[in-house]
Design a protein around this ligand. Structure first.
Ligand code: SAH
Length: 254
């Protein structure tokens, strides 16, 4: 019996952001694996088993799900946002590459979801309208000096930068340090967007500048978008400002 493993993106939180493909894949699963808070977003279904785990146990969770699927099960692993962006799809691939041969014979499907940077960007205009990149500020799986090098390179090359994982209980100083690093390359007036818990009840979106950006505005559910020299803020009477990065750029801007 050949098992099946689906790695499913749930989107940022609002059920309307769950794609029809993801809803179908969730309905077809016999067993659901994932971080407990993400699994809580999936409505209970008769006959479906649930296997919640801690946020940091990605490799172990991937292994368990693969073992289950290799026994012939129809298994789904869920991620918030998109499963391929700092999430379970890569963790599953890492296990498949180094694990038993049977795991490479499995039917594996990755079902995309709306990632946090797209949900945040859509709330305030078009900050990702020109070239951009995404960085995780977590130094759990890479050394901090590498993150600094990438921040330098991205800012120097004029990319808008989406920052995932800006802070956690175990990583309190990294965001402040990243902001200081970016100030070496970009003016204090550079627009910065903080999108917190977008698509959830406690959503909050703030627009500030690189000069005023600080750790007080971030938590684990915040996605930060740092603009470029071209990024603009359009003030509007009685309406929230629009932040956008024009589609054209003349030269390397840093
Ligand atoms: N796979 C996820 C990202 C996982 S990394 C995705 O594609 O969105 C976790 C980080 O994603 C958080 O620290 C935060 O930076 C961001 N994030 C996830 N959900 C979010 C939301 N609803 N609003 C804002 N940021 C979010």
């Amino acid at each position: 019996m050949s098992g099946h493993l689906a790695v499913i993106g749930l989107g940022p939180g609002d059920p309307r952001y769950l794609t029809a493909e993801a809803a179908d894949a969730l309905a077809e699963a016999q067993a659901l694996y994932g971080y407990g808070l993400y699994l809580d977003r999936v409505p209970a279904r008769a006959g479906q088993s649930r296997h919640p785990s801690d946020n940091r146990e990605e490799a172990a969770r991937a292994g368990e799900a693969l073992r289950h699927a290799a026994q012939g099960g129809r298994v789904a692993v869920v991620s918030g946002g998109d499963p391929g962006v700092f999430a379970m799809a890569a963790a599953i691939c890492e296990q498949i590459e180094t694990g038993p041969a049977a795991w490479r014979a499995l039917d594996v499907t990755v079902v995309p979801g709306i990632t946090a940077m797209l949900a945040v960007a859509a709330r305030i205009g078009a900050p990702l309208g020109h070239d951009f990149c995404a960085l995780s500020l977590s130094d759990n799986l890479k050394p901090w000096p590498l993150i600094e090098r990438r921040l330098d390179a991205a800012a120097e090359a004029g990319f808008v930068i989406a920052l995932y994982n800006p802070v956690s209980h175990a990583r309190p100083w990294q965001f402040g340090s990243a902001v200081e690093r970016l100030r070496r390359h970009l003016p204090a007036t550079t627009p910065v967007v903080f999108g917190r818990a977008v698509g959830r009840r406690d959503e909050r979106v703030d627009i500030t500048s690189l000069g005023a950006a600080g750790a007080a505005l971030v938590d684990m559910a915040t996605l930060v978008i740092v603009g470029t020299r071209e990024t603009r803020v359009i003030a509007r009477p009685g309406r929230p400002a629009l932040v956008y990065t024009p589609r054209a750029a003349a030269e390397v801007s840093a």
